[in-house]
Ligand binder design. Structure first.
Ligand SMILES: [Zn+2]
Ligand SMILES: [Zn+2]
Length: 284
């Protein structure tokens, strides 16, 4: 039965997913939280959006994950549902490296809460427009082929037809010839297939987002005892060691409860003042 330390021990949940994500999510939530997650696959989640641009995503990343969790709960008749959703962008630092944001949600009608785990890390999402077979084969190391599979389209990334899940040189050659024949100018667009089961980099990021979720599921609010108590913001303002003016460096973490909304500030340990090099006043 659920208890204070492991609120999910022995509870049942459904996970609506395709593309093999159950292989990382189910065992992890069982071993860390004792939550028994059963895989539901009676619904084509690609209908809620695909990475090959043929189907636009349903709402935001969070909306799409929540929708999948709800569908899974309905299909399996559980009060708890898990789902995941990925997104691709450029890195949040310099904006040049391909980046992958993974979100794993737990929708919980027993405690009447939602908890989300996140992870952002480097993506394996290379792409290129090529006009010859040699150009295509030169691109393969960058795409980390064949451990990461490929998608091929005629003309450009917006073409409505594509070949997905390409994993051998032979099938790559066939797809290339097919696309080149259909292409108006002889161009072929090639990119990494971003579906999790054939993109190990993405699967690793999903695992890390699930670890984040698992940790939040065991973290209880000091006030109402609900699971899902976690750091949601950081507060800036660490004072400069030279002049004492607040800098943009973080000084405290803000913990929030998903159930009662309780918030608490916790000073970040092991730092008292900021390097004057980071101070707008001393080093403008
Ligand atoms: Zn200063
Ligand atoms: Zn609370």
């Amino acid at each position: 039965m659920p208890n204070d330390l492991k609120p999910y021990l022995g509870l049942q949940a459904s996970l609506l997913t395709q593309h093999g994500k159950e292989s990382v999510i189910c065992p992890l939530l069982l071993s860390t939280n004792g939550l028994e997650v059963s895989h539901v696959n009676g619904y084509d989640t690609d209908k809620l959006g695909s990475f090959t641009r043929d189907i636009p995503r349903y709402g935001s990343q969070l909306d799409a994950a929540r929708k999948k969790a709800r569908i899974g709960m309905e299909l399996a008749g559980t009060q708890i549902g898990i789902a995941s959703e990925g997104a691709f962008a450029n890195d949040p630092f310099a904006g040049i490296i391909p980046w992958n944001y993974e979100l794993v949600i737990l929708v919980d009608d027993i405690h009447e809460i939602e908890i989300t785990g996140f992870y952002g890390g480097e993506a394996q999402s290379a792409n290129m427009l090529v006009s010859s077979w040699d150009e295509l084969t030169a691109f393969l190391p960058e795409a980390r082929f064949p451990s990461h599979h490929l998608v091929i389209k005629p003309d450009d990334e917006y073409h409505l037809e594509c070949r997905k899940g390409i994993d051998t040189i032979r099938s790559l050659r066939q797809a290339y010839d097919w696309a080149r024949n259909l292409s108006k100018k002889g161009n072929v667009f090639v990119e990494n297939d971003l579906r999790a089961h054939i993109n190990p980099t993405r699967m690793e990021n999903i695992l890390k987002a699930t670890q984040d979720l698992a940790k939040k599921m065991t973290s209880l609010c000091p006030g109402c005892k609900s699971p899902g108590y976690s750091i949601t913001e950081t507060k800036k303002g660490l004072p400069c060691s030279h002049c004492g003016v607040p800098t943009n460096l973080p000084i405290a973490n803000i913990w929030s409860c998903v159930k009662c909304g309780d918030k608490k500030e916790e000073l970040i340990a092991n730092q008292v003042t900021a390097d004057p090099a980071k101070c707008h006043y001393c080093n403008p």
